[in-house]
Design a protein around this ligand. Structure first.
Ligand code: ATP
Ligand code: MG
Ligand code: MG
Length: 490
């Protein structure tokens, strides 16, 4: 057990103190300072300071995944397949999963045997890393670096410590931003690298065209380790191929795996089948390295693969939650391409259903999201009616009374903007211009937005329910799931 002064909440408060404040982010942005090779060098130093070398990471057999969209889903598929092998063969004995961002609680970013590590374990390892870093500064000459890495990097560092201490035999790693300079890229000999769908996101750090972004993501391919990707737009495919040649990596470009025709992939959409195809290849590579025999590619998938793919739980992505008078469609998409997918998914789901349509949307601190609204409107538009009868733009503040949960405190946004709901008013203005018959509202909290949707459901005739779509931000979706389930949805 963690001591009273070193509880999970203390750990989260300490972690939050490692967030880069909004004004510093702004200053860096203005000065054009971006992540570069120094980030990796520093991560290696921190790893050394907590007592490990990159070679130690080979022990946890890392599968490394980068991409603009589908990283988390692909990682969850791989993890779920490995869980099935653990059930039937007891190998791998322990699995690790490192993903970002979190939906409900920080600790869900670090999982063992598919479950977020407990609060007690999180606190224990968090403070072990904290103390090791503290002690090492006095013993080392190089004090130019900050004593501790920033938020996401700290969690990456901590995940290695957790997985090594816990004896994890196979660990699936999602990159945070990009690949080449991402904290996770300290790994030198992954069991396999996978690159999911590439598109536009994190433009400031990675560049504003898909080829520049592809260059970063390709940085996770390592000489001596197999690499896989799926069909990409030509500019991205070309860069990946070129970098694979430079690194002498055999990059395999996967079609949608024909064996998936016997598997119920949810949602039944091409993008998810691409994620699943990538996951199959990555899981095969891990199993091979663990000396587990798998059926050859021209035979049907082993039951463990089928079950793993069908039973995967990846919350807050394409999730449907029916309630008495509201059917909630919850998806944390937050980039241009994924919001298009997401809106199409919602539209397909509700086809033929009657009842008012409502969208609850937010994307904090990203003004470019105004443009994303158009693609949502295009994918959902109707003849003679607004795409949505009601559209609500709210902040990511969960509750009207208690505000944010600790796990969602975010110093990276301008607090004045949240108070004034600046971005929400801009979204509202935009939506009113593209879907003029919709009732558009701005609300300060997720809770109030959900109440509004529920009120619309009251008094609807038998057989009708509100068709609600919650999207735009994983934080919004996590908060919403917490309210809908009256508890942490972990
Ligand atoms: N291959 C894909 N192409 C486009 N959109 C996708 C793809 N896979 C998933 N999505 C959409 O993106 C959302 C997020 O998926 P996922 O968590 O797998 O992505 P991610 O790459 O981990 O994203 P991030 O870490 O930036 O939130 C899903 O809910 C879905 O709407
Ligand atoms: Mg992302
Ligand atoms: Mg993710």
């Amino acid at each position: 057990m963690a001591s009273p002064s070193r509880s999970y909440n203390d750990a989260i408060d300490a972690l939050n103190s490692l967030q880069t404040p909004f004004d510093i982010i702004e200053a860096r942005r203005k000065a054009g300072i971006k992540p570069d090779a120094v980030s990796i060098k520093e991560m290696r130093t921190y790893l050394g300071r907590i007592g490990y070398t990159p070679k130690d990471l080979d022990r946890i057999n890392i599968v490394h995944v980068a991409g603009t969209k589908g990283k988390g889903s692909t990682c969850a598929f791989v993890d779920s397949i490995l869980a099935q092998y653990q059930r039937t063969l007891s190998v791998p004995h322990k699995t690790g999963l490192f993903t970002s961002p979190h939906l409900i609680a920080v600790r869900e970013r670090i999982r063992i045997n598919s479950k977020p590590i407990s609060e007690a374990l999180f606190a224990k390892y968090f403070f072990e890393v904290w103390d090791r870093l503290e002690q090492s500064i006095t013993t080392e000459e190089n004090t130019l670096m900050a004593p501790r890495p920033i938020y996401a990097r700290y969690l990456t560092l901590m995940s290695w410590h957790v997985f090594l201490q816990e004896g994890v035999e196979a660990a699936v790693y999602e990159t945070g931003i990009g690949g080449e300079f991402d904290a996770t890229n300290v790994v030198e000999r992954p069991v396999a690298s996978g690159i999911s769908t590439l598109g536009i996101d994190h433009v400031f750090a990675l560049g504003n065209t898909v080829d520049k972004i592809a260059w970063h993501k390709a940085g996770i391919m390592k000489t001596g380790s197999p690499a896989f990707t799926i069909e990409q737009v030509p500019e991205a495919a070309e860069v990946l191929k070129k970098r694979a040649v430079e690194k002498e990596v055999n990059l395999e470009v996967l079609e949608i795996d024909p064996r998936l025709s016997a598997v119920k992939i949810r949602p039944d959409a091409a993008f998810q089948k691409r994620n699943a195809s990538l996951a199959i290849a990555l899981a095969e590579a891990v199993l091979l390295s663990l000396k587990i025999t798998i059926p050859p590619k021209n035979e049907p998938l082993a039951d463990e693969f089928v079950d793993g793919l069908e039973k995967v739980v990846w919350r807050g992505r394409c999730e449907v939650k029916p309630e008495d008078k509201v059917t909630w469609h919850v998806d944390g998409a937050h980039t241009s391409d994924s919001l298009k997918m997401s809106a199409k998914w919602f539209n397909d789901e509700i086809s033929g259903r009657s009842g008012p349509r409502i969208m609850i949307f937010n994307q904090q601190g990203r003004s470019e999201a105004v443009e994303f609204l158009e693609s949502i409107q295009k994918a959902t538009k109707r003849e003679g009616k607004p795409a949505f009868d009601h559209v609500i733009f709210c902040t990511n503040v969960t509750y009207a009374v208690t505000g944010y949960k600790r796990d969602f405190v975010n110093h990276q946004f301008d607090p004045a903007d949240i108070d004034k709901m600046t971005v929400q008013h801009r979204f509202a203005e935009k939506w009113s211009s593209i879907d003029p018959d919709a009732t558009v509202k701005v609300m300060p909290t997720i809770e109030q937005s959900i109440d509004y949707a529920r009120q619309l459901g009251e008094g609807l005739p038998e057989g009708e329910s509100v068709q609600a779509f919650i999207t735009g931000s994983l934080h919004l979706v996590g908060g919403a799931l917490g309210i809908l389930e009256k508890a942490d949805a972990l």
